[in-house]
Design a protein around this ligand. Structure first.
Ligand SMILES: Nc1ncnc2c1ncn2[C@@H]1O[C@H](COP(=O)(O)OP(=O)(O)OP(=O)(O)O)[C@@H](O)[C@H]1O
Ligand SMILES: [Mg+2]
Length: 390
């Protein structure tokens, strides 16, 4: 009997409440086999006794089926329950959104907005309730890419109704400003804007809110991490070495902000010729794998350069929806599936917890609240004493 047989057998045990099994979740550790005796560790973070008992029982049944007689399952002592930011701390200012995904990059123009749009649509096509927030207040491109530029959102009292396209709820500074208008942002204003996007937009009960960030690692990223528990971070990069250096900064930021890293999207990776469908190498391909390893994460998709992607972006007709049979649409769908599996894993292990970067605020009062009791203002205070937006 080998470890492979054991893992195969344990694939029949699903984690309670999920469709995925305990092997896929990566919970099986330290398998030791000696004849018909087996010892293994189930490394789960759930503190619920019923979950532990159920997993122990089902795993024992599966292992007996393949011939083991002596079965020792060690379930690792769960950590103390993590403080969730939507508990009493007021750290989740948008509690009706189940999961937040931050799409980031070290440098501009690598395909963050393209990725955000196509992944959001792919998840909606897979049956999820999805929102897309364009947090790039400097260069909001989402309205054009989603085909809603020029549309003005409906105002209800002091809240704003999101726009909707391709089954996705959308909000962007570009939909709130006059076309071509530019705004000059101070640090404190960025924080206020991000906070209002989360609190004052009438998002539905969303499974996932995809957030397209401005390039780099600045105030917008910090404010987001301080306002809501970010379930997953995605770094978008192109394959050239110069771009990879910048993507390391983005991955480093996720670690510092305690954002679980879903992985890297290697964009503009190879070229698919529109006339012959052949894929050829332009900027390099596969260069992101070692970077992913460095940061203990994965490459969740390689998206080739395809003229249809650019045309889809410019005309507001994203490939994932309008060319679902194209190679790139398939890869965005795959990236979306990988992301959803990652989100399940984070939640099964206790959920996102970036409370270490949260500013200290009284219960129910958000860091950037204009109401009484907000943290004392100090601009660019990154030390956790208040985000300084007042
Ligand atoms: N794989 C691809 N194939 C072809 N064109 C692409 C691809 N990815 C992105 N593009 C095009 O490249 C341009 C830049 O992409 P995008 O706007 O998504 O980048 P970004 O990282 O969001 O940029 P910024 O940092 O300015 O926000 C867009 O015109 C987009 O249509
Ligand atoms: Mg962009």
């Amino acid at each position: 009997m080998t470890e492979a047989n054991v893992l195969e057998a344990l694939k029949n045990v699903t984690y309670p409440g999920f469709t995925k099994d305990i092997v896929t979740f990566g919970f099986i550790k330290n398998v030791l086999i000696n004849g018909t005796t087996i010892g293994l560790t189930l490394d789960i973070t759930s503190s619920a006794d019923e979950v532990k008992a159920q997993l122990r029982e089902e795993s024992t049944v599966e292992l007996k089926k393949i011939g083991f007689e002596q079965i020792n399952i060690n379930i690792t002592a769960p950590q103390a329950p993590k403080q969730m930011s939507n508990s009493v701390s007021g750290k989740n200012i948008a509690p009706h959104v189940k999961n937040f995904v931050m799409v980031s990059s070290g440098k501009g123009g690598v395909g963050k907005s393209t990725t955000s749009v196509n992944i959001a649509i792919a998840m909606a096509m897979q049956g999820k309730k999805v929102g897309l927030l364009d947090a790039d207040i400097y260069g909001p491109n989402i309205p054009r890419m989603m085909g809603v530029d020029g549309q003005k959102p409906e105002i209800q009292g002091n809240k704003v109704q999101p726009l909707k396209a391709y089954g996705v709820e959308i909000m962007s500074m570009g939909s709130l400003m006059e076309e071509g208008q530019s705004l000059i942002w101070r640090g404190s204003m960025i924080m206020k804007a991000i906070e209002q996007f989360l609190r004052d937009i009438l998002w539905s009960e969303l499974d996932v809110l995809v957030i397209d960030m401005p390039p780099g690692t600045g105030d917008a990223q910090l404010t987001l991490a301080q306002s809501v528990p970010v379930t997953a971070g995605i770094t978008v990069t192109t394959p050239q070495e110069v771009s990879l250096d910048d993507s390391r900064r983005s991955l480093d930021m996720f670690q510092k902000l305690h954002i679980p890293t879903a992985g890297i999207i290697e964009n503009m990776s190879g070229f698919i010729c529109p006339s012959c469908d052949e894929e050829s190498d332009i900027f390099g391909m596969g260069t992101t794998v070692p970077v992913a390893k460095e940061y203990d994460t994965n490459v969740i998709a390689r998206i080739p350069i395809e003229p249809a992607i650019r045309v889809g972006g410019d005309t507001g007709m994203p490939v994932t929806y309008h060319k679902p049979d194209s190679e790139t649409a398939k890869r965005f769908q795959e990236a979306a599936s990988n992301l959803l599996a990652f989100i399940d894993k984070v939640n099964a292990e206790g959920g996102a917890d970036n409370s270490a970067v949260q500013p200290t605020t009284p219960p129910g009062v958000s860091a950037c609240s204009t109401g009484a009791g907000a943290a004392p203002a100090k601009e660019h205070n990154h030390s956790g004493g208040g985000c300084g937006c007042n």
